[in-house]
Design a protein around this ligand. Sequence first.
Ligand code: ATP
Ligand code: MG
Length: 548
Amino acid sequence: MRRSGIRIMWGLLGLLRPLSPVMVLCILMGTAGFFCAIAITVLGVNLLLTAADLSPWAFSFSAGAAVMAVCAAARAALRYGEQICGHFIAFKLLAVLRDRLFGALRRLAPAKLEQRGRGDLISLITGDIELLEVFYAHTVAPVCIAVLVSAGMVCAIGVFHPLLGAAACVSYLIVGCVIPLVSSGLGRRQGVEVRDRLGELNSYFLESLRGIRETLQYSRDDERALEIAQRTEEINRLQGQLKKHEAAASSWSGAAVTALTLLMLGAGLLLSVPFPDLLLTTVMLSASFGPVLALAGLSATMDQTLAAGERVLTLMEEAPETEDILQGEKPDFEGAEARHLSFSYGSEEILRDLSVKFPEGKIIAVTGRSGSGKSTLLKLLMRFWKAPEGTVRISGLDVGRIQTDHLRSLESYMIQETDLFHDSIGDNIRIGKPDAAQEEVERAAEKASLHDFIMTLPQGYDTPVGELGGTLSGGERQRIGLARAFLHDAPLLLLDEPTSNLDSLNEGSVLKALSESRQGRTVILVSHRKSTLSIADSSYTIDSGRLS
Ligand SMILES: Nc1ncnc2c1ncn2[C@@H]1O[C@H](COP(=O)(O)OP(=O)(O)OP(=O)(O)O)[C@@H](O)[C@H]1O
Ligand SMILES: [Mg+2]
């Protein structure tokens, strides 16, 4: 459900609260700056009136000129201060937003992230946040400044004649609200569409890049390039339409300013306002459209900003599949079990009334055809997902009652695909236990049958993985994942296909290490390989959601 522009802005403003004093300063300086600018023009006209001895004010010529000079200096200083404050707020907020978004992703991971396009997320984190800079630096303050300056000017003009004040009020509303709102309403759909399309394009681009080998192999590269070109073309077309709206809005505003100033003049003549007063009020009005005109320019970018804001807020407010438990039980490990567990992804039932015990000190194998739900069972044991029916228990306690960080310390989970970080190979293993001593890392690598390979590298454990990057074989990556799990040294080891990419020599040495470390440890071993399953004390097969 799309929310209204007002609700998006309200949500975005909520993030501004800690910086409100700087924002107030920014708005005050901006408002004072505009008043100085208007004063310079009005005082200039008044100097001419003074020279002709027509000025309604009791200023001497030199006093008027001196005030003008002061206003000019103040205008420059205030403008500078306003810009500095605006950018301070924007960049501070960008940092806060990135932090909040990462926090949101952390909460949502890993369940929700399985379903979301990565390119889409990248565009959210980079593009959308950058766009919000426009909102914080160039929208919030200008809107407040426009309101304050216009209100001040309505009063100032109203002093000459109340009806002229009212006319000024209507003029500001037309230029600052009616025209931007109408043009924003016309362009909003395109704004939202441009952002959505850009997200999709990023996803597609990233996917094409990731799968470039397959693309080349099956001669699909031209097709992909064409699709990217077409999508870019479509985005360009939409952006063109947005620009047209922007140009139209800006010319309408320009025309409105001239027309409204002339109307004011006409109204003054009709009301028989004395000539010097009429001249001053007309100059006041025409010199004070600056802040409201700035709003007209905003309307085009506003559509995109709102669309970006909506995506950012939606992600921040998205409820995670499982909330972290900050205050919970911290039991010692005494075995795990699933009781009458049923689980579906949406309407697709994966596990049905599944009950199994994983006692302490045992290696339990879980097999089953591809897609039968083996990895899902491990994810439920990790509490990445919540089972709607039945329970997953550790030491007899429902996992939903165990404090999350304690649960993580009880479980070592090795996933099917090992992700590597841009760091040294030693530090990539150390993820399993950040404060591990070098000897511990090496022992874990030995268990994973990785140590000898690392020693052949020029810089050993300090070799950057980035340099090895794509050159690491599937088996080497898998053994890095295994070494991480060994290093984490938890009493419950969940291994998802730990040996699928290993040759029999490496497999043998990993299995030996596993057998040797089974003391006081439970290992759940998901595998298709008979040789791997041979070390298990017992073995189950998932079939149609049940164990056999
Ligand atoms: N996040 C998800 N959303 C929707 N469906 C999912 C999700 N993750 C897995 N599935 C589906 O659930 C089923 C079970 O997946 P799971 O990964 O548990 O299978 P598996 O037994 O581990 O298979 P494999 O041996 O190929 O690794 C599959 O049909 C898969 O497509
Ligand atoms: Mg699997």
